[in-house]
Design a protein around this ligand. Structure first.
Ligand code: ADP
Ligand code: MG
Ligand code: MG
Length: 878
């Protein structure tokens, strides 16, 4: 049998979203529930995919099927397409499986032409309504299907209004709309060079094709990437017979939510407009009435609508967002879907629905979008202020939250302005590890270059600092301390505001409000914790971050990067001295200066973590990152080391690498300079002993992690140094202290030889950032520039640095876990890359049976929820 590409509403239901799109499936469901929904048919998402497979052509048999269903629609409604005696008019609506707001505009009143409009005028005895509908149709069709800009039509409308001396559409007469139609058609012909299509069947097929085309427009592609929606889903097209809210004062159109979408309050919330059509309500043409008013003006309709709303909410067990139209006193439902809501509202609604007995705790957990929790954890812009504000540009929404402050162009200036009590926004071409202090004191970070996993983005997310990265349009002049964006010149000290959730940049100060963690939030997190099987740790380098992560529910540190500690002003000199040492003795002297500070850092972290596990990664980055670049610092170092400045420069030059990310770093540093690992081991073990003494009830078991290994023997070499040092310290102290040695798996070779590697260690932690970089063979700092071409051409759909590439990188992880656990059954396995905080990646890690994921403190609640959702839906490997 030939494939079926078109369905009537009576042939569909809510479970058919994949085929009919969300809108089509839910309309079918409402029809099945006996609600009054205008008759329609839906062209499936498979027809959309077929359109692209067939080189952007609608296959003849699909056209035939559409026309066959059009005939059925005519039979059901008793009206005929294009027949002025009793015309059928339809809307053409797009609908993907997941709602994609703004992807494509709907076309209303399709089927009108010069004769049909006259027929309608006569039949309804309402020429004003007929011509109002016609002019709307010409405008929508021209804009959406034919690419004639909407604004050019708006201009014509304004001209007519001005000529008539009126300000609102409702004051225009039938004659005015008739004139408008003529002018619209002329304008169309002028623009396109041919007449506006008058054959309704041609209009219909053109409109269906426009919906298919819209699936591949840049807006849609961007929205999908941001929201994890695959290109392969396609969009459906619903063709629905029209009902009219613009037939007079007993007609209208509106939208409503079953509960308040911004607060979650249980009360019907919405707006409507009398004598209006379609999107007039949201388009702000006239000020709409609140839904409560309908209870007074049309009590009957209101009651019917309120009952319908309640029925829908109970049926879907979720807050509903509904569209309706009233035609001459009769209510029609035109859409229902699970309503978008703020995270605060989402939490309240989920908890309320559990208390109301409408849903279970499990269903409540499934109802919250994990990523949305980001917004309850960070400061936000004041809602009213942001509504009126116009951005001067946009970048990548790299780290959420809102920030407002004065622009500075270097980390030093950030520290200085901050010291004088000013809120600052650090603006850089890109950031580097040297900027850490400036980033720490900044309210927000703005960069011109770099992607979602650039240094600025990763560090900002880690700190929970708002960051907008990779703003291509900005031209930053760090020397002159100014930037130009959106035609505006912003100088040092000027106020700007950043929205890290949308990527918007505002050239003015906007008020922000602090985040608060409400009772519902805590309740829901508690339920998630009961259900999830993955443990959630955090990536934290300081006692402050560690304490925050505990507050957010972290159960340990999965990654403590020791190098960040060395960038602090009071120790960078000793670090540099260590690096520039030309012999072991000299290096040991420098390391000995670093030891007490590093030990104190670890003590602080062990204390903050209250006995929870802490994984400490040994020195990882290429050494040149620590080296001085400006004259002043070089002079200081020369004095400290008793060397000439020329000699220092010479050593710096000798450390230059062509490809530092694949160079002299990670465990390679320890193989060359074992004394680094000796010092770090001493710091870790002594700190653990000291804190254990202070808190005898805790069971401190430090987890020492060796980075960047690719070969079991290099790991064995480094491990021996660690174990020898640690055991000696423990023996001398005469205490019992357990510790673990493990390794970071981030090189493909380590994955495929994981059985050999596992023989030497007690745990694996997957460093998925580097593992992704090494597996794809492209740099995470540079790939932003060319990956856009890959997204445009649908080669990649997602940024593999944000969302784990399960087919490739995932397979390496799976292999490593399998081989590793075969060699050592007790092997602990976790993830400490950026992916540890990404919900779709967390699902995958759950399935693999990993022990934990680790992510930045602000992502801990997201990970807790995502892990619970995974546990509710997916089996887990033993
Ligand atoms: P979106 O996905 O952007 O919400 P819709 O397809 O829901 O687009 O349609 C936009 C507007 O047109 C909505 O207000 C809807 O109620 C109205 N509309 C759509 N189809 C019809 C119809 N058959 N009769 C009357 N109004 C309609
Ligand atoms: Mg809609
Ligand atoms: Mg790494």
């Amino acid at each position: 049998m030939a494939k079926k590409y078109v369905y009537l509403f009576s042939e569909g239901n809510a479970s058919m979203k994949e085929l009919l799109g969300g809108k089509g499936a839910n309309l079918a469901e409402m029809t099945g529930m006996g609600m009054s929904v205008p008759e329609s048919f839906t062209v499936t998402t498979e027809a959309c995919n077929r359109y692209y497979d067939d080189n952007k052509k609608i296959a003849p048999e699909i056209k035939d099927e559409i026309f066959a269903y059009l005939k059925t629609l005519e039979d059901i409604t008793g009206k005929t397409f294009g027949d002025p005696g009793n015309p059928l008019l339809v809307s053409v609506r797009s609908g993907a499986r997941a709602s994609m707001p703004g992807m494509m505009d709907t076309i209303l009143n399709l089927g009108l032409n010069d004769t049909v409009v006259e027929g309608i005028a006569g039949l309804t005895d309402n020429p004003r309504f007929a011509y109002d509908s016609y002019r709307r149709f010409i405008q929508m069709f021209s804009d959406v299907v034919m690419d004639v800009p909407k604004s050019s039509f708006e201009r014509i409308i304004d001209e007519i209004k001005e000529k008539k001396g009126v300000s609102l559409d409702v004051h225009l007469s039938a004659e005015d709309f008739k004139d408008m139609v003529a002018m619209f058609k002329d304008h169309f012909k002028e623009h396109k060079g041919f007449d506006f299509p008058s054959d309704p069947k041609v209009q219909l097929i053109e409109a269906v094709e426009a919906v298919f085309r819209s699936w591949d427009n840049p807006r849609a592609n961007y929205y999908r990437r941001m929201n994890d929606i695959p290109y392969s889903w396609g969009t459906a097209v619903t063709v629905q017979s029209m009902v009219f809210g613009n037939m007079g004062n007993d007609s209208g159109t509106g939208v409503a939510f079953t509960r308040n979408p911004s607060t979650g309050e249980k009360k019907l919330y919405g707006e409507y407009l009398i004598n209006a059509q379609g999107e007039d309500v949201v388009a702000g043409i006239r000020t709409p009435e609140l839904i409560d008013t309908l209870a007074q003006t049309m009590p009957h309709v209101y009651k019917q609508f309120a009952d319908t709303a309640e029925k829908l909410e109970n049926h879907y067990k979720n807050m509903q967002d509904m569209e309706f139209t009233i035609e001459r006193g009769k209510l029609y439902m035109l859409q229902t879907r699970n309503g978008k809501r703020t995270a605060d509202a989402a939490l309240k609604i989920a908890c309320d629905m559990v208390s109301e007995g409408l849903i279970t705790k499990e269903e409540a957990i499934m109802m919250i979008e994990p990523k949305s929790l980001d917004s309850v954890l960070h400061p936000q812009f004041d809602g009213a202020a942001i509504k009126d504000a116009k951005p001067i540009g946009t970048g990548l929404p790299a780290s959420p939250g809102a920030a407002c402050g004065r622009v500075v162009f270097s980390a030093e200036d950030a520290v200085e302005w901050h010291g004088r009590g000013h809120p600052v926004i650090l603006t850089r071409l890109e950031t580097s590890p040297e900027d850490i202090q400036g980033m720490t004191v900044a309210k927000g970070i703005l960069t011109a270059r770099g992607g979602m996993t650039s240094h600025a983005a990763v560090v900002a997310r880690g700190m929970g600092r708002c960051c907008v990265a990779g703003c291509g349009e900005i031209s930053v002049d760090e020397k002159a301390k100014q930037f130009i964006l959106g035609g505006k010149t912003i100088k040092e000290g000027d106020y700007i505001s950043l929205d890290g959730t949308s990527g918007n940049i505002y050239g003015e100060a906007l008020p922000t409000v602090e985040a608060s963690i409400s009772g519902d939030f805590r309740t829901l997190m508690g339920w998630a914790d009961e259900i999830r099987q993955l443990k959630i740790r955090t990536n934290a380098d300081t006692p402050k971050d560690s304490a925050l992560a505990i507050e957010f529910g972290a159960e340990g540190i999965g990654l403590c990067r020791t190098e960040h500690m060395f960038f602090e002003a009071d120790r960078i000199c000793d670090m540099r001295e260590m690096i520039l040492s030309t012999n072991v003795e000299q290096r040991k002297i420098a390391l000995n200066k670093l030891l007490p500070r590093q030990r104190a850092d670890f003590e602080g972290i062990f204390e903050a973590m209250q006995g929870y596990p802490v994984t400490i990664r040994y020195l990882d980055p290429p050494l040149h990152e620590f080296l001085p670049t400006d004259e002043e610092d070089i002079r200081e170092l020369a004095n400290q080391m008793n060397l000439t400045m020329a000699r220092i420069r010479q050593i710096i030059a000798s450390l230059h690498e062509f490809n530092p990310m694949m160079g002299f770093r990670g465990c390679r540093l320890i193989v060359a300079f074992p004394e680094i690992a000796e010092m770090q081991t001493r710091a870790v073990i002594e700190a653990a002993i000291n804190v254990q003494k202070r808190y005898p009830d805790w069971n401190i078991v430090p987890e020492i992690m060796i980075p960047l290994i690719s070969e079991a023997r290099e790991l064995a070499f480094v491990k021996d140094i660690v174990v020898k040092t640690a055991d000696e310290i423990i023996a001398n102290a005469g205490v019992n202290l357990e510790y673990m040695v493990g390794t970071m798996i981030e090189i493909p070779r380590a994955c495929v030889t994981a059985d050999e590697v596992a023989a030497h260690v007690q745990f694996f932690s997957f460093g998925t950032n580097d593992l992704t970089q090494m597996t794809f063979g492209f740099s995470r700092d540079d790939s932003g520039s060319f990956l856009n071409h890959y997204y445009d051409k649908h080669i990649y759909e997602f940024d593999p640095f944000s969302r784990l590439d399960q087919n490739g990188v995932g397979k390496l992880i799976e292999t490593a876990v399998m081989l590793g656990r075969k060699a050592k059954g007790s092997l602990q396995a976790g993830v400490c890359g950026e992916h540890g905080g990404d919900p779709s990646s967390i699902e995958f890690f759950h399935k693999l049976g990993l022990d934990y994921v680790s992510c930045s403190p602000f992502r801990v609640p997201i990970a807790r929820l995502a892990a619970a959702q995974a546990a509710l839906q997916l089996p887990r490997a033993e």
